[in-house]
Design a protein around this ligand. Sequence first.
Ligand SMILES: [Fe+2]
Length: 280
Amino acid sequence: MAIELDVHPLSNGFGAEVRGVDLATCGTGIHRAVVDVFHRHGVLLLRGQTLTPSQQMAFSRAFGTPETNERREYTYPGIPEIFVLSNKVENGRTIGDVDAGQGWHTDSSYLANPVMCTMLYAMEVPPEGSDTLFADLVAAFAALPPERQAALDGLQVQHSWRALMELLKADVAPGDDRFPDVVHPLVRAHPVDGRRALWVSSGTTRGIVGMPNPEGLELLAELMAYVTQERFVFRHKWQAGDVLVWDNRCTLHTGTPFDKTRYVRHVHRTWMLDDAVRGR
Ligand SMILES: [Fe+2]
């Protein structure tokens, strides 16, 4: 028998909130039904959740294989797939990454196989600031005239981990080539239902294959300004107990700042690879 979930749109045709589900106790059948909703809506929200790290891992595994994070200084003790976003200080040290996620981007686009989705479970959130904004890249592509869609379809974007490190002013040795540049299509069909997304990003992009710069960079900047217009953007205001999952195949996201001297933000993040949906 099909599982009926209580699903509500988050905004105009984008995003979904599933109500009436307790992720800690509902079991894998409900987890799978919730994941099915996620695949069709770009952003998924469940409120009022209380999850232990192992319960968050169980829900994360319903989406795909959780990715181990390299930055072990901020992973949860004993669970390297959970990355801690926090400005809490314990024993004289900040226990999480404080500044992750500012600036419009899609996660790990510098990899040949970027993470499919990102899950944030918020335990403590500031009363103001620290919103997460999403750009609906499917709506943005659909709103283009057919001739512009045709002109962009088939273009390839060069993504670079090194470019991101330069932007973040990170200390990277000159010979460190652990993530060589990769190329991804600018227009990407969703593997579940074929809806097409204008898969532009910033931070990792070096240009467009076969198009000299500055022309390629100018086109990317123009498209970034286009997809992040207010009409394509949804703003999530956090509550403690929120579990939010976004689909990196068809959305961009960015965070807004908050007053770290007054407020605490404490969040557990997981990243999932798309092996569970491959071949669908
Ligand atoms: Fe991100």
